[in-house]
Ligand binder design. Structure first.
Ligand code: ACO
Length: 401
């Protein structure tokens, strides 16, 4: 451990706050969270109400523009999304040249950054912002499905203007010349809820990345690309994939989830219970409550019996009563049940975090836009406390030990 008691004179007064747990980075009017009570609201509206009544498109509009759209605004927004939903055909070549084993999140981050080359800067900043936001919302969904099709060696399916945002995605993913995709209401609804629950979560790691990178005034594609990279991490968006991998390991080892719980409690073991714990929620994540309920309904409606759901429920029941988890305020977060929902819809495990990214896109855009409009904007530039060597002289190579 470094003794920092004598450093004040050299550094001036600097707040050291690892992980920024107690540091506010901005004023924001987008998302309200109360981690003690388990409350989440987008622009003032409880997430439970949005999950029950809103479309994903309405939610995206709400986050970005601050108000739910009226009929005319929603129609205009839908037309713009449809008009921008195709991607440049040359992008296919990029996809084809990634090694087969590439992770879809790495590909998505690179491809979103590459979009700037295909869609160069427009006239005014206003135009640039509106068109780029729309392009991203419309194209990232197409790109994700395209990436899946190409990875399977299948013909790419194009977006259709007669389908809703969620239907379109599922159609692009699962329609094939030999088996046309039949719209399944339960799957479409589950995807809608999944995306709404992921749409924003104030200053989480990936959103902070978007804001921080954006603060250098890079273009929106580059800022979103950095958000996708941050989301990839298993402690953040990558947790939905990690949960399924953990539950599968438990299943393969005969369903003994007690071992996982014991390992998570062992301070000499780096293992953590994936899908448990949250920086802000010290109670049950409100999104996880909705996701768990929806998971039951979806599996029921699709008549799927997923043994991973049984393991997850049993594990949760034991873990939330365990003194270690109680003392540490560790409850299921959104990722604990979301992977089971995605599996039931037919999404491959390595695309789970991509699904999260599509859902989070409106939040990233809204947060970036808010930072662009902030009159008190400053480039992000945290300080540090230097704990390295004091000054010493360069040593020529022949004299080094
Ligand atoms: N399993 C076991 N112990 C845990 C877990 C877990 N899942 N999460 C936290 N802890 C323990 C830590 O070991 C630490 O214990 P200690 O105080 O005795 O040393 C204490 O709880 C606090 O943990 P921190 O890592 O300091 O909490 P932080 O707020 O920094 O991290 C995080 C939050 C990253 C979500 C953490 O709970 C975790 O790693 N969870 C598992 C990964 C996961 O599910 N991530 C998804 C989060 S939701 C999202 O990003 C969409």
């Amino acid at each position: 451990a470094v003794d920092i008691s004598n450093l004040r004179a050299e550094t001036g007064f600097i707040t050291l706050d690892p992980g920024y747990a107690n540091t506010g980075s901005c004023l924001s009017a987008i998302t309200y969270m109360d981690g003690e009570k388990g409350i989440l609201r987008y622009r003032g509206i409880p997430v439970e109400q949005l999950a029950e009544k809103a479309t994903f498109k309405e939610t995206a509009y709400l986050l970005i523009n601050g108000r739910l759209p009226n009929r005319e605004q929603l129609t205009r927004f839908s037309v713009m999304l449809n008009d921008n939903s195709l991607v440049h055909e040359d992008l296919k070549t990029f996809y084809q040249n990634f090694p087969r084993a590439s992770h879809p999140m790495g590909i998505l981050s690179a491809m979103v950054n590459a979009l700037r080359s295909f869609y160069p800067e427009l006239g005014t900043l206003e135009e640039e912002i509106t068109i780029t936001m729309t392009r991203l919302l419309a194209k990232v969904r197409t790109m994700a499905a395209m990436s899946y099709k190409i990875s399977r060696g299948h013909r790419v399916v194009y977006p259709r203007p007669d389908l809703t945002y969620c239907e379109n995605f599922l159609n692009m993913m699962f329609d094939t010349p030999v088996r046309p995709y039949e719209i399944n209401r339960a799957a479409v609804n589950a995807l809608r809820v999944f995306w709404i629950l992921h749409a924003d979560h104030e200053q989480n790691c990936s959103t902070s990345a978007v804001r921080m990178v954006g603060s250098a005034r890079v273009n929106l594609y580059a800022a979103i690309s950095s958000g996708i990279a941050a989301l990839w991490g298993p402690l953040h968006g990558g947790a939905n994939q990690a949960v399924i991998e953990m539950l599968t390991t438990i299943q393969n080892e005969g369903g003994n989830y007690h071992k996982a719980i014991e390992r998570a409690k062992d301070k000499n073991d780096p293992f953590r219970l994936m899908g448990f714990g949250h920086r802000i929620y010290k109670t049950y994540d409100p999104r996880a409550k909705i996701m768990k309920k929806m998971c039951d309904e979806l599996l029921d409606s699709l008549q799927i019996d997923d043994p991973l759901l049984d393991i997850a429920k049993e594990l949760e029941e034991v873990a939330v009563k365990d003194p270690y988890f109680v003392d540490h305020n560790l409850y299921p977060n959104i990722d604990f049940y979301s992977g089971i929902v995605l599996r039931a819809i037919g999404i491959p495990t390595n695309m789970f975090t991509v699904m999260f990214a599509i859902g989070r896109l409106p939040g990233w855009i809204a947060q970036w836009k808010e930072s662009m409009d902030d009159p008190k904007w400053k480039i992000s530039r945290p300080r540090q406390i230097y704990v390295g060597e004091r000054e010493y002289d360069f040593v020529p190579i022949h004299a080094r030990p």
